[in-house]
Design a protein around this ligand. Structure first.
Ligand code: ZN
Length: 108
């Protein structure tokens, strides 16, 4: 039983059905969903910040956590043996998921 299934990216209806599962290289099992209304098949991560990530999410979290704790971009790239461009791309891609505390409390 699925507790959460994303709406169809085409018609935005919630009536999508489980079609199949597939195994990713780094993120375990994923589900292919089917919208009967549009007759399209899509991954559960389609059009989300997680779509197309090839690096394990646990590793990305480690890298971004070190950045939020104050480690510089160069030091992070050197410590985790990743390119600076990858770190910047992960920050941009995942920064909109959770608003910062200051953004929630901001009153003009
Ligand atoms: Zn649809």
């Amino acid at each position: 039983m699925e507790l959460f299934s994303p709406p169809c990216p085409c018609c935005a209806q919630d009536e999508v059905h489980h079609h199949a599962n597939y195994m990713t290289q780094a993120h375990g099992l994923r589900t292919i969903l089917h919208c009967r209304r549009c007759d399209i098949y899509f991954s559960e991560t389609f059009a989300t910040p997680l779509a197309g990530l090839r690096t394990p999410l646990s590793r990305i979290i480690e890298v971004l956590k070190s950045r939020t704790e104050g480690m510089s971009l160069n030091a992070t790239a050197r410590t985790f043996s990743v390119s600076k461009n990858s770190v910047i791309a992960w920050e941009r891609r995942l920064s909109g998921i959770k608003p910062t505390k200051d953004a929630l409390c901001f009153t003009p």
